[in-house]
Design a protein around this ligand. Structure first.
Ligand SMILES: [Zn+2]
Length: 113
């Protein structure tokens, strides 16, 4: 389950950020996850609860903001949302495309006191 490793690094970054801002309490952490990042939200939530125990993050909410993947057609430069990796360009039906976003995962914002 690779969600555990991912969650551990999220928790680590969140705690470091909170410490840097001298936070007393963290209310929520919003995570931006590309739709092709290949993580399961439920698993992330579950791991987050486990990893945040007895830290400043305990009791905070993990909000997962899924960002749809986008691709640009190499033949006609049309940009389109990518629902799966086998999608083709809606304008010219070419399958040659560059992925613009969709595999990223980062902390978008944190609500702290
Ligand atoms: Zn095209």
């Amino acid at each position: 389950m690779h969600e555990l490793g991912i969650t551990q690094s999220i928790v680590e970054i969140a705690l470091r950020t909170a410490a840097g801002q001298q936070a007393q309490k963290i209310h929520s952490v919003t995570l931006e996850v590309g739709s092709l990042a290949g993580v399961v939200s439920d698993a992330l939530q579950f791991c987050y609860e486990a990893c945040s125990k007895e830290t400043l993050l305990e009791g905070s909410r993990l909000i997962i903001d899924e960002v749809p993947a986008r691709a640009r057609c190499r033949d006609c430069a049309t940009e389109y949302p990518l629902t799966d990796l086998l999608a083709c360009c809606p304008a010219c039906e070419s399958v040659a495309s560059d992925l613009l976003c969709g595999e990223e995962m980062r902390i978008k914002e944190m609500e702290i006191d």
